[in-house]
Design a protein around this ligand. Structure first.
Ligand SMILES: *[C@@H]1O[C@H](CO)[C@@H](O)[C@H](O)[C@H]1NC(C)=O
Ligand SMILES: *[C@@H]1O[C@H](CO)[C@@H](O)[C@H](O)[C@H]1NC(C)=O
Ligand SMILES: *[C@@H]1O[C@H](CO)[C@@H](O)[C@H](O)[C@H]1NC(C)=O
Length: 231
C-alpha cells in the first residue's frame, strides 16, 4: 500500500516535471509577434501582435531586464493581461541603460516560448511630440510662446519633467500667410517666448512648430495650426 502510494507520488512528480519543463506544453502557434518598444516622449510602451493562427482569448505575461543583468523581473501590471501592450515607462526610466523585454502567451494550459525584443535604449530611441504654441498680438508683431512636450517622468514633488530637461532640443517655427510660407525660424528650446516683427498689418498669419531632438536629428510632426491677425 505504502509502496503504491510512493510509486503514485513518483509518477505524479515525473509527469508534472515533464509537463512544466518539457515540450508538451509549448505551443509556437501562440507566440506573440512583432514584440517591440514604441517610445514617445520617454513613454516606453511594449507592443506586440497576436499570432495570426491563434485564438482570441489568450493571456500575456511580460518581463523586463537591464542589459547585462541575469534576472528577469515581472512587469507587475502586465501579468495575465489580454491587451496587446504594456506600459514599461517606469521600469525603463533610466535613459542611460539598455533594456530588454519579453512576452509569453498562454491559453488553456498551453504557453508559447518567450519572445524577446531587440535591445532598447530610451534616450536613443524615443521620438518627440510637437511643442504647444500660444500666440499673442501686440503693436510690434506676434509674440509666440512655445512649451516643450512633457516626458513620461515626474519629479519627486510630482511635477512633470519636460523633454527639454532630458535631451538637447530645439524648435522650427513656420509662419504662413494664405498657406504660403513666409518665414521659417530656428528657435533654441530655452527661449520661452519671442517676437516676430516686420509683418504686414491687418493680415492673418498661421504658425506651426515642430520639435527637434539633436541626438539623431529626430523631428516631431507639426503642431496644429494657430492663427492670428496682426493689428
Ligand atoms: C524540445 O524541443 C527542442 C527544440 O525544439 C528540441 O531540441 C528537444 O529535443 C525537444 N525535447 C524533447 C524531449 O522532445
Ligand atoms: C498560419 O497557418 C497557415 C496554414 O497552416 C500557415 O500557412 C501560416 O504560415 C500560419 N501563419 C503563421 C504566422 O504562422
Ligand atoms: C517641483 O520642483 C520643481 C523643480 O525643483 C519646481 O520648479 C516646481 O515648482 C515644484 N513643484 C511643486 C508643485 O512644488
Amino acid at each position: 500500500m505504502e509502496f503504491l502510494l510512493i510509486l503514485a507520488l513518483l509518477l505524479f512528480s515525473i509527469t508534472r516535471s515533464c509537463c512544466l519543463e518539457g515540450n508538451g506544453t509549448h505551443s509556437d502557434v501562440l507566440a506573440p509577434q512583432e514584440v517591440r518598444f514604441v517610445s514617445l516622449d520617454y513613454k516606453n510602451i511594449l507592443h506586440w501582435k497576436q499570432h495570426a493562427n491563434s485564438t482570441n482569448n489568450q493571456q500575456y505575461y511580460v518581463q523586463w531586464k537591464v542589459y547585462g543583468k541575469k534576472h528577469w523581473t515581472k512587469a507587475a501590471k502586465c501579468q495575465g493581461i489580454r491587451r496587446l501592450h504594456c506600459d514599461l515607462s517606469q521600469e525603463t526610466s533610466d535613459p542611460r541603460e539598455w533594456y530588454y523585454a519579453r512576452v509569453l502567451a498562454a491559453h488553456s494550459g498551453f504557453h508559447s516560448p518567450w519572445v524577446l525584443t531587440a535591445r532598447f535604449n530610451p534616450k536613443w530611441e524615443t521620438s518627440v511630440s510637437p511643442p504647444t504654441v500660444k500666440l499673442r498680438v501686440t503693436e510690434k508683431g506676434i509674440v509666440v510662446q512655445l512649451k516643450p512636450p512633457r516626458s513620461a517622468h515626474r519629479r519627486l514633488n510630482g511635477s512633470w519633467i519636460s523633454m527639454r530637461r532630458l535631451q538637447r532640443m530645439s524648435y522650427t517655427v513656420y509662419i504662413m500667410h494664405n498657406d504660403v510660407d513666409q518665414k521659417t525660424l530656428e528657435i533654441e528650446s530655452c527661449a520661452k517666448q519671442f517676437l516676430i516683427s516686420d509683418l504686414s498689418r491687418r493680415t492673418t498669419y498661421c504658425l506651426q512648430a515642430e520639435s527637434r531632438l539633436h541626438l539623431l536629428d529626430r523631428r516631431s510632426p507639426l503642431s496644429p495650426k494657430a492663427c492670428v491677425t496682426t493689428l
